[in-house]
Ligand binder design. Structure first.
Ligand SMILES: [Zn+2]
Ligand SMILES: [Zn+2]
Length: 90
């Protein structure tokens, strides 16, 4: 599959900023830690980006894990790459 064909704008974004676009060690982050375990609350981050979120691994702040089916769908929707929007994240 040609990923540039699916996401033509991604190329320009990558030239402008050093956004993480890793395609390995992908995990699914809760955008709202008190939110539901649904696709709308799921964000695909690689492990390094996930660790950089302030709620990661914080006892008492961790949400319940997403079901595997939601994880699979989120990663598929993300084009199998990290969706981090922070410049120079790690
Ligand atoms: Zn990342
Ligand atoms: Zn990141």
């Amino acid at each position: 599959m040609n990923i540039l064909h699916l996401y033509p704008n991604q190329l320009n974004l990558n030239v402008m900023a050093s956004r993480c676009t890793k395609t390995t060690n992908l995990e699914v982050h809760h955008m709202n830690k008190y939110g539901l375990n649904t696709l709308s609350n799921a964000k695909v981050l690689c492990h390094s980006c996930h660790v950089n979120t302030h709620t990661y691994g914080d006892p008492g702040h961790s949400a319940t894990p997403f079901p595997q089916s939601v994880k699979d769908e989120a990663i598929k929707n993300a084009g199998n790459r990290c969706q981090c929007e922070r410049d120079y994240c790690h």
